[in-house]
Design a protein around this ligand. Structure first.
Ligand code: ADP
Length: 373
């Protein structure tokens, strides 16, 4: 049995324009011990979904179950969940110890047990020597550990985290991200984590739910999200730089091969990739998609059948990689970015020959933007 089930969840805020739902037909089953990340651009409905699980926001229609029990009308304190927020939500006048102990005191846990639990968890989080101080007297990262500590001492069934790292600086964010994953490995508690940051989602989630405009776009492992994006939106939202998109048409050659074609390219797909269902797209306009690391570049005069000419616009050195921005068709300003080793220097203005790894070349429907191939 899944630990958390969300079934046909809709949320319409009473003051919403045109009664547009903030969350639309959200369905998800979350397993015991799973770390699920909700990710998407600002305003896509992530926090609303999390807050409905927490009981901080009413559900317009649909059902939420925890351990098979319908919780729609259960007050937050009876849901056996703990929530960690972006702004820590600690009591400023209480010590860090009292903040961590707060939920336990409310539940009338015995004093000696509270002492022990708080100390053990504070030790694990390496904030043991900060317990006498107030939240304002510790750093942002330490404050977020106190907030995490407050959540874990309660040993809830489900952890809900709403952008817990976004107030931290870049270095602290990475460190606390690792800390949260270690905690999760130790506690193995079901976690629903909200972020707008695709890197956070990709590094932390067992499964990732990508949302856009209140709708789930795809639920998948990080690998599948990256390699098998359901649609163009996912291709561009996940990955940095995002997936390249090129307009073109699918054509079939005399020899039965299928080609992606436009004014610069006429590239065959490897035979092993030709699958049923692609036939109906032959002769139609489509969008090709390829990630920057699947484009390779070389210098030369003669191009092979599966290559194309391009002009280097700009290059960016990013540590071990170099991003090479390419102009492939000046008339409609289509451009591509290739990710090549930093040692491969291509100066702006240079004419180069590009090759796309057609095993990793995707085709999207021009109208629906769904991936078809
Ligand atoms: P996210 O967490 O993905 O940034 P939210 O869940 O906060 O998105 O918001 C989803 C949509 O609902 C947005 O269009 C937002 O403006 C709207 N919204 C959020 N909270 C309220 C509210 N209390 N009243 C009215 N509209 C809201």
């Amino acid at each position: 049995m899944p630990q958390v089930s969300l079934r046909n969840i809709y949320k319409v805020y009473p003051n919403a324009k045109n009664s547009a739902p903030a969350v639309c037909d959200f369905n998800l089953e979350i397993n015991d011990g799973e770390f699920v990340v909700l990710v998407g651009p600002s305003g896509c409905g992530k926090s609303t979904t999390l807050r409905m699980i927490a009981g901080l926001e009413s559900i317009t229609t649909g059902e939420i179950y925890i351990d098979g029990k319908l919780i729609n009308n259960l007050p937050p304190k009876d849901r056996d969940i703990a929530m960690v927020f972006q702004n820590y939500a600690l009591y400023p006048n209480l010590s860090n110890f009292e903040n961590m102990a707060f939920g336990l005191r409310l539940r009338k846990v015995e004093k000696y047990k509270i002492n022990e639990l708080v100390k053990v968890k504070a030790r694990e989080l390496e904030i043991e020597n900060l317990l006498d101080r107030q939240p304002k007297d510790v750093s942002g990262g330490q404050r977020q550990r106190v907030a995490l500590g407050r959540a874990i001492v309660r040993q809830p069934k489900v952890f809900l985290m709403d952008e817990p790292l976004s107030n931290l600086d870049a270095r602290m964010r990475v460190q606390t991200r690792i800390e949260i994953m270690k905690l999760h490995n130790d506690l193995n508690a079901t976690t629903v984590y909200v972020t707008h940051d695709q890197i956070e989602a990709m590094t932390m989630g067992h499964r990732i739910v990508v949302m856009h405009g209140g709708l789930i776009q795809q639920v998948a492992t990080p690998e599948d999200l990256y390699n098998k994006p359901a649609n163009k939106f996912i291709g561009s939202f996940i990955g940095s730089p995002p997936m390249n998109f090129v307009f073109g048409r699918l054509l079939s050659g005399d020899d039965g091969r299928i080609f992606f074609s436009n004014s610069t390219m006429y590239i065959p797909f490897p035979e092993k990739r030709i699958t049923k269902g692609i036939d109906k797209y032959i002769g139609t306009d489509v969008v090709g998609g390829i990630r920057p690391e699947y484009l390779s570049l070389r210098q030369g005069e003669e191009r092979n059948e599966d290559e194309f000419f391009a002009k280097v616009d700009v290059t960016e050195l990013v540590g071990a990689d170099r991003y090479v921005y390419l102009d492939i068709n000046q008339s409609n300003r289509e451009s591509l970015v290739a990710r090549v080793p930093a040692k491969d220097k291509f100066s702006p203005g240079l004419r180069v020959i590009g090759q796309a790894d057609m095993d990793n070349f995707h085709i999207f429907d021009r109208n629906t933007e769904q991936r078809i191939y």
